[in-house]
Design a protein around this ligand. Structure first.
Ligand code: SAM
Length: 258
C-alpha cells in the first residue's frame, strides 16, 4: 500500500434524503475540503459540484443486484485512498448509521490505523414523511415510531414488523417495497383495517410521488409502485393527517357509503 499522505482521514458524511439543501453545514464543509469522495447511489450528485476541482470522485453505489464494488472492496478503497490522498469523504444517503453500514466502515478503517469522523445526516425516515406534513409522533395518536427494514439480509420480512404492529407506534419501513404485500398482511393481524399508510418515493426530490390508502385496500396501489425507485412506507394513524387521505375517504363515503 502506498503511504504518501501525512494525515490520512476518513469522514463519514450523511447527505440527507436527496434534496441538495437537506445536508448539515458540517457535512458540506467536509465535501469542500475532501481530497477523495466515495459516494453512494442515493446521493444527489449535485453535491460533487461543491468539491475542489482536483478532488477524485468515485461512484461506489449499490442498488438491488447491481453492486459495482463489494462492501469489503469499498472498505479497502477508503483506507487506500486515505493513505494515498489524505482526506476521504464517504458520502452516504440519509444518515450513515440508519441502514447505511456506516458503523462497519468506521470499524474497518480504524482497524487499519486511519482516523475517522462521523457527520450525521437527515435520514429519509424522518425527512420524507415530514415534508408531507406527516408527524411520526403526535400527542394522543402515536407515542413512538419504529424505523424498520422491510427486507433483511436474507430477503425475508423483518420479525420486528410484527412486534411494531402490536404497539401503537408509527411504522416507518425502509427497503420494504418488494415485500409490501407481506408487510401489510403482517400489520393487518394487529391493526384495524382502516389504518392508513403512505408510500413515498424519491422523497424530497422533484420526481417525488406519494400513494395513500388504508391497509384494507392496499392492493389498490400495487400497480402504481415504481420498484426501481427508493421508497418508504409509513403506516399508522398519523398518516390520516395527509390531505390526500381525507380526499380518499370522502370519495369512498360518496361512492360506497362507508
Ligand atoms: C440502504 S437504505 C439507506 C437509508 C439511509 N441511510 C437513510 O437514513 O435515509 C435505503 C432506503 O432508504 C429509503 N430512502 C432513501 N432515500 C429515500 C428517498 N429520497 N425517498 C424515499 N425513500 C428513501 C428507501 O427505503 C431505500 O430503499
Amino acid at each position: 500500500m502506498k503511504s504518501s499522505s501525512k494525515n490520512p482521514k476518513v469522514i463519514l458524511v450523511g447527505a440527507g434524503p436527496g434534496d441538495i439543501e437537506l445536508i448539515t453545514v458540517k457535512g458540506l464543509k467536509a465535501i469542500k475540503k475532501a481530497d477523495v469522495i466515495l459516494y453512494d447511489a442515493l446521493v444527489n450528485t449535485e453535491f460533487l459540484d461543491f468539491a475542489k476541482p482536483e478532488t477524485k470522485c468515485v461512484y461506489v453505489g449499490k442498488r438491488f443486484n447491481d453492486h459495482k464494488y463489494s462492501q469489503l472492496e469499498i472498505n479497502q478503497m477508503l483506507v487506500e485512498y486515505a493513505y494515498e490522498y489524505g482526506t476521504v469523504v464517504r458520502l452516504k444517503g440519509g444518515d450513515p448509521y440508519v441502514f447505511g453500514r456506516g458503523a462497519e466502515e468506521i470499524t474497518f478503517v480504524e482497524s487499519r490505523g486511519v482516523e475517522t469522523e462521523m457527520i450525521s445526516g437527515i435520514s429519509s425516515a424522518l425527512a420524507v414523511p415530514a415534508s408531507h406534513g406527516v408527524s411520526l409522533t403526535k400527542r394522543g395518536v402515536s407515542q413512538s415510531f419504529w424505523v424498520i427494514t422491510g427486507t433483511t439480509s436474507s430477503g425475508d420480512v423483518s420479525q420486528d414488523i410484527a412486534l411494531a404492529a402490536q404497539s401503537s407506534a408509527t411504522l416507518v419501513v425502509l427497503m420494504g417495497l418488494r415485500n409490501f404485500g407481506l408487510i401489510i398482511n403482517e400489520i393487518k393481524k394487529h391493526r384495524h383495517k382502516y389504518t392508513p399508510f403512505a408510500i413515498i418515493q424519491n422523497g424530497s426530490l422533484p420526481n417525488e410521488t406519494i400513494l395513500i390508502d388504508t391497509i384494507a385496500n392496499y392492493k389498490n396501489v400495487i400497480d402504481a409502485i415504481d420498484f426501481k425507485a427508493p421508497g418508504i412506507i409509513v403506516i399508522g394513524d398519523v398518516v390520516a393527517d395527509h390531505p390526500s387521505f381525507l380526499e380518499e375517504e370522502i370519495q369512498r363515503v360518496l361512492e360506497l357509503g362507508f
